[in-house]
Design a protein around this ligand. Structure first.
Ligand code: NAD
Length: 255
């Protein structure tokens, strides 16, 4: 197993859900965690609880990503970057009046989920590449991105979300190839339906949860953030896990 004692980590979206659960497990494993998120109040609270640091960060901004990476490097050699910041903006391709979707909404989702992920991971990778090797095998660090099962299927109103997550899944292998020479592994976890604040309330949330009926898990239930974090931690600590996109949906196959 990769030993994280004395290392530092960045977790974008670490103020909620899967990112929060991952930040907690990283801290338990001995890493100093930078919670890089827009949500200052919640992010600072969690950082305090786990002995980490909060960095206010919009993942789409290069200067915010640079600042979060610099903060992490002050805490110890940066070994881990988890990109969990993400969101959806449900909108149909054409609306009920047959008018086209606002392209700004589509672009916003791509910017946060796909461009934002690349923005942070590329800056984290550059910092990792400048550190000494961790182990005698020459490894330096690991990146884990959060895609979604929506990368492979996708529901009504989810064109931008599915496109963004397919992008995250699709860039996993080329980035792993790019970074292999400097000893950085890259993996992606693609969750199904996980019980976090991302769905909010209302019609959209209910429509998603209705897919629970397709689960082959008994009893049927949503996944928990900490269960996703177990898989993220496996991606981080198993030195032979690389360039993989791992579906993690408890057996829900949405039509
Ligand atoms: P969440 O809503 O609980 O947490 C997302 C976090 O990202 C929030 O703290 C939010 O403040 C932060 N964030 C949003 N935009 C940001 C930005 N521009 N810069 C920095 N931080 C930003 O969501 P979650 O359920 O924990 O999801 C984590 C990741 O997993 C997301 O990428 C999401 O798309 C993906 N995912 C979640 C599910 C699910 O069922 N929960 C399913 C598939 C994929």
């Amino acid at each position: 197993r990769v030993n994280l004692e004395g290392s530092s980590s960045i977790v974008t979206g670490g103020a909620s859900g899967i990112g929060e659960a991952t930040a907690r497990q990283l801290a338990e494993a001995g890493s100093k965690v930078v919670i890089a998120d827009l949500n200052e109040e919640r992010g600072s609270q969690i950082a305090k609880e786990i002995g980490g640091v909060f960095a206010k960060c919009d993942v789409t901004k290069t200067e915010d990503a640079d600042a979060a990476v610099a903060t992490a490097c002050e805490l110890g050699p940066l070994r881990v970057c988890v990109n969990s910041a993400g969101l959806g903006l449900p909108a149909r391709t054409i609306d009920r009046n047959n008018e086209p979707m606002d392209i700004k909404g589509f672009d916003f989702v791509i910017q946060v989920n796909l461009v934002g992920t690349f923005n942070v991971l590329s800056r984290a990778a550059a910092a990792m590449a400048k550190t000494d090797v961790m182990d005698t095998d020459g490894s330096r660090g690991v990146i884990v991105n959060l895609a979604s099962c929506a990368a492979f299927d996708g529901q009504i109103g989810q064109a931008s979300y599915s496109a963004s997550k397919a992008g995250v899944a699709g860039m996993t292998l080329p980035i792993a190839r790019d970074l292999s020479a400097v000893g950085i592994r890259v993996n992606t976890v693609a969750p199904g339906l996980i019980d976090t604040p991302i769905y909010g309330e209302g019609e959209h949330a209910e429509a998603f949860k209705a897919h629970l009926g397709q689960s082959v898990l008994f009893p049927k239930r949503l996944g928990r953030g900490e269960e996703l974090a177990f898989t993220v931690m496996e991606c981080i600590t198993n030195p032979y896990l690389n360039a993989e996109v791992i579906r993690m949906d408890g057996g829900i196959r949405m039509p």
